[in-house]
Every structure is written in structure tokens, then in C-alpha cells.
Ligand binder design. Structure first.
Ligand code: SAM
Length: 277
């Protein structure tokens, strides 16, 4: 059975179906999924709108649409996400890197172009690999999830970044006074907010990457004192902030020097930067 549709008609039908199901950015989503089904980029499919859709592409496209309608994030279907201008592989074993997390990389590039950096909870490796490729630092990265470390390693290999990865619970494996910079985008969603979290995130991203205990603060509570031990004097701690973490984290950084909270492009407080005196 052939679809008997042009690329343009398939796109229009899919966009309508996604819109009816209240999927965000329906036209863009349809274009990305069809481009993935055809093994082309979006500009190609737009330019080839009058061409007939092959049966094989139609079958793949149908499967991807079904997954998306079931709530699977587009990035887990295409297995790709851009971060800091580079393409990273993602799988359901890692959080999909978010654009607001790029502010951590920006701050490290600005503050510490050299030295030893440790990215804790590296996930896809997005922060660690970007820092390794943008600075002269020696970058280490860890995660409690071995499956995540495997994805991060593969990203480093593909992007040609010299990052040393290992599996550990927070900073338990790091010697005292051994790093100039620690970066971390911790799991910070409060479990009490679970019912209100988007199903794409709640049901599909790794649970260990999302939940920060009842109030979202569990990892900050452990990480901040551990970072004090592991940083060299004068070393920097940079952490992404959850929406309810700004005040408690600021209080926890009371004895640190050079404390600063930076906002993201939407003006929301996003990165806490502190310096070990
Ligand atoms: C919010 S995700 C951040 C992933 C990646 N750094 C990014 O920004 O896209 C949090 C990461 O921390 C890891 N993680 C959670 N608890 C941890 C722990 N106790 N020790 C080390 N890593 C942990 C998770 O596996 C997950 O990869």
C-alpha cells in the first residue's frame, strides 16, 4: 500500500493531528519528525514539498507521530539535541539538555579559561564537553547513572572532546582540594510538584535526573558542603537553580565569597556562582 501523498500533504495532515492533540509547535514538530523519517534536514523537506512521500518514509513517519502523540519528547525520537552550537546524542537514559543550561558554560568560559573542572551529574555530557571544547581546562565529569556516562562518553568521542568520565555519587570519589571549578545542573524538581509537571518530562525523562526530593533541595544540601572540600581555595562552584531554589541556595552559600545569581534570557534566576574563599 502506498501513501499516495506528497511531502507537503503529509506534513499538513500531521501538523493538524498534533495540534488536535495539543502538542506544542505542531508544524515544527511534524517537520522535524518527517525530516528524521526521510534522513534529511528541515530545509530539504520544505523545498521538496510537492514530491511524493515514499512508502518507507510514510511508515517511519507514522511510527514517530504515534510516539510523539503518546508523549515521547521529539528529541528522544530523533535522538538529537543541540547544545552550545553542537549536536548531542540523547537517549531516555539522559536528560534532554536545555538552552538555559548553556549559561553555566558561558560563565566558565568567562571566569576560568584554565585549570581543572569537574562536572557533576553530567547526563549527556553537554556541559562538560562544551567546556572542554571552549576552554583550555582539563575536564572531568561524573554521574551516578552508568547508562548516562555511556551516552556522555559517546558524545565526547563524536565531538572530539578530551573529557574523563566516571560513575560516582556526587563528589564521593573526588579528592580534597583537587578542582578549580565544579559545575552541576542537579535534579531539582520538587517531588511535591509532580502532578503539575508536563507529562513529556515527568513520564519520559530519567527519574534520577529530575527529582530533588520533596522540596527539590536534596542535591544542593549535599553538594554545597562537599564542593567546599573538593575545590581548591579560590575555586568556583557553578550550579543551575530550580525555580524554588534561589532563596535556600543563596542562604547555603552564605560563607562563600564572590556569590552571584545570574539570570537566563527570560530574566529568571538561573545560575548560582560562588567562590571558595
Ligand atoms: C538535571 S540532570 C543534568 C544533566 C546534564 N548535566 C544537563 O545539564 O543536561 C541531573 C543529572 O544528575 C545525575 N545525578 C542525580 N543524582 C546524582 C548523584 N547523587 N550523584 C551524581 N549524579 C547524580 C542524574 O543522573 C542526571 O544525569
Amino acid at each position: 500500500m502506498t501513501p499516495d501523498l506528497t511531502i507537503g500533504q503529509a506534513l499538513a495532515q500531521a501538523a493538524e493531528m498534533l495540534q488536535r492533540a495539543a502538542v506544542g509547535a505542531p508544524r515544527l514538530t511534524a517537520e522535524v519528525l518527517l525530516a528524521h523519517a526521510l534522513g534529511k534536514d528541515r530545509s530539504w523537506i520544505i523545498a521538496h514539498s510537492p514530491d511524493p512521500l515514499t512508502e518507507l518514509a510514510w511508515i517511519h513517519f507514522g511510527r514517530y507521530l504515534h510516539q510523539r502523540l503518546e508523549g515521547v519528547p521529539t528529541q528522544y525520537i530523533t535522538r538529537r539535541q543541540e547544545f552550545y552550537g553542537r549536536e548531542f546524542l540523547v537517549s531516555p537514559d539522559v536528560l534532554i539538555p536545555r538552552p538555559e543550561t548553556e549559561h553555566i558554560v558561558e560563565a566558565v568560559v568567562e571566569l576560568v579559561p584554565r585549570g581543572r573542572v569537574l562536572d557533576v551529574g553530567t547526563g549527556s555530557g553537554a556541559i562538560a564537553i562544551s567546556i572542554a571544547l571552549e576552554t583550555q581546562t582539563a575536564v572531568f565529569a561524573s554521574d551516578v547513572s552508568l547508562a548516562a556516562v555511556r551516552v556522555a562518553r559517546e558524545n565526547a568521542r563524536r565531538l572530539g572532546a578530551a573529557v574523563r568520565f566516571y560513575c560516582a555519587d556526587l563528589l564521593s570519589a573526588a579528592p580534597a582540594a583537587s578542582f578549580d571549578v565544579i559545575t552541576c545542573n542537579p535534579p531539582y524538581v520538587p517531588e511535591r510538584d509532580k502532578p503539575g509537571i508536563q507529562r513529556e518530562v515527568r513520564d519520559h525523562e530519567p527519574q534520577v535526573a529530575l527529582w530533588g526530593g520533596y522540596d527539590g533541595m536534596d542535591v544542593y544540601r549535599r553538594l554545597i558542603p562537599e564542593a567546599w572540600r573538593v575545590l581548591k581555595p579560590g575555586g568556583w562552584l557553578l550550579m543551575e537553580l530550580g525555580y524554588s531554589a534561589v532563596r535556600p541556595v543563596t542562604a547555603m552559600l552564605n560563607e562563600w565569597a564572590g556569590g552571584e545569581i545570574r539570570g537566563d534570557l527570560a530574566g529568571l534566576p538561573r545560575v548560582a556562582i560562588a567562590r571558595r574563599p
